[in-house]
Write a protein that binds this ligand. Structure first.
Ligand SMILES: N[C@@H]1[C@@H](O)[C@H](O)[C@@H](COP(=O)(O)O)O[C@@H]1O
Length: 249
């Protein structure tokens, strides 16, 4: 694991965007694995800024998203379809038929999971996967306890994740109880992984990830120790506990 320290959220967003942009320039038809949540919002803003100022083209890029809530229509204001459209897609020249998310409203969710796996495979797999991290160490929506050998699957969200995401809804009761997510196995299949972490609320998870090389199903991010090409961009706040522990050691 390679760690890049950012000063703050703005610096993290810039560094992450520069990394993604460089990869897009290197391979115009790159398959980008995209994430939602607050963390990548700044990265997406910087990508858009670069697109407007320097015209990096996304014409041949294919994108696949990690996850989607079950039971929200695509145009629901809190669906990840809407998030991606508003925060990124509508600002770039990435064609609509080259951007993919799981359909959390599909009639048969099992079928939808298999369809999504086949789709990723047909694209040749993910070249660069962007990840955030939940406070409990979840990646995508792979909650603690999820086995590490699954590809796309349905998950029941933990109360803590629903609580953390309730800020986007009117109340926690409106946060869907289930989601579709690429599994740990899908994430580990990507050629390269870029994990972003910002703020003190992520410091414990980042400390646990960096301090302990043990692969533990109760801490999904620990699965990343199995991958040989992971870069973490974290700001000082997210690294604060890890740094203190290192100094004490
Ligand atoms: N499904 C998403 C994850 O993909 C994301 O990484 C996590 C952290 O979100 P945030 O960046 O808002 O802290 O939240 C959600 O649960």
């Amino acid at each position: 694991m390679k760690i890049i320290e950012a000063q703050d959220y703005g610096d993290l967003s810039l560094k992450a965007a520069q990394y993604v942009i460089a990869k897009v320039k290197e391979k115009s038809n790159i398959v980008l694995g995209l994430a939602t949540g607050s963390t990548p919002e700044g990265t997406y803003k910087e990508i858009i800024r670069d697109f407007n100022d320097h015209h990096t083209s996304y014409r041949y890029v294919r994108s696949v998203n990690l996850d989607e809530y079950v039971g929200l229509s695509k145009d629901h204001p809190n669906s990840y379809h809407t998030y991606m459209f508003e925060n990124l897609f509508r600002h770039l020249d990435l064609p609509e038929d080259q951007r993919f998310l799981p359909d959390g409203n599909a009639e048969d969710l099992e079928d939808e999971c298999r369809r999504y796996d086949r789709l990723i495979q047909s694209l040749g797999g993910v070249d660069l996967q962007l990840l955030g991290i939940g406070q409990n160490g979840h990646i995508g929506f792979n909650e603690p306890g999820t086995t590490f050998d699954q590809r796309t699957h349905t998950v029941a969200l933990t109360r803590s994740t629903r609580k953390a995401n309730a800020r986007f809804f009117n109340s926690i009761n409106e946060v869907p109880a289930h989601a579709l997510t690429m599994g740990i196995r899908s994430i580990l299949d990507s050629k390269e992984i870029l994990l972003l972490a910002s703020g003190k609320s992520k410091a414990e998870a980042i400390d646990r990830l960096l301090r302990n090389q043990k692969i533990d199903q109760d801490f999904p991010a620990s699965s990343l120790h199995k991958h040989s090409n992971v870069i973490i961009i974290a700001d000082r706040d997210a690294l604060s506990i890890a740094d203190d522990n290192e100094r004490r050691a």
